[in-house]
Design a protein around this ligand. Structure first.
Ligand code: COA
Length: 165
């Protein structure tokens, strides 16, 4: 299994993978819309030989704390081929994406996802709770890549139109 940056030649496989994993087309449209909006910042695929078996996208997100911008990413979507789930493919993608995000100087990552899955990578619903956003509850989680990036005042998350929120 190898992980590398997405290239345009992967796009048909990425679309099929997302449609199969989610059982619909919202996520594959979201991916294209985020790329078109110039927001796709980290996009990786996991390969078994030449076959794309996993995909993750992190896109630039408007987050401010105490009126100051915090360089943040939204983790969405991510998917693993149905027949390849629960074999560590997703975890390897998340860890590599977060490593790259930190290396590139991003300060925080926000995710709306399975509350039992993302905490193992350091995501916390408690950290996201004070942020004003369209989401709330245990599925809305945040991770700081630099210490206290999301603390120090009132926080706000604004999703770009691509999300259709
Ligand atoms: C969620 C997903 C990306 C995880 O990838 P994966 O390669 O299966 O995950 P890993 O093998 O790295 O990790 C397996 C762990 O994830 C957990 N997990 C997998 N799918 C889960 C789900 N739907 N809800 C909660 N936990 C889940 C399992 O409990 C497992 O934990 P365990 O090892 O303690 O049993 C993958 O299952 C998937 O594509 N699901 C459908 C699409 C989706 O829901 N995407 C995420 C949107 S937030």
């Amino acid at each position: 299994m190898t992980i590398r940056e997405r290239g345009p030649a992967d796009d048909d496989a990425i679309r099929s993978l997302n449609d199969a994993a989610f059982g619909g087309t919202y996520e594959s449209r979201l991916i294209v819309d985020l790329r078109d909006a110039g927001l796709a910042s980290i996009e990786l695929v996991s390969l078994d030989g030449t076959e794309v078996v996993g995909h993750i996208l992190l896109s630039a997100l408007d987050v401010t704390v105490a009126g100051k911008p915090v360089r943040s990413l939204a983790l969405a979507p991510m998917s693993v081929q149905p027949g390849r789930q629960r074999q560590g493919v997703g975890s390897a993608l998340v860890r590599e994406a977060l490593r790259r995000a930190q290396q590139q100087g991003w300060q925080a990552v926000i995710v709306l996802g399975h509350p039992d899955y993302y905490p193992r990578f350091g995501f916390s619903a408690a950290l996201a709770r004070p942020l004003t956003s369209p989401f709330s509850g245990d599925a809305f989680m945040a991770l700081e890549l630099t210490p206290d990036a999301l603390k120090g005042g009132e926080g706000r998350v604004v999703y770009p139109p691509a999300f259709g929120i």
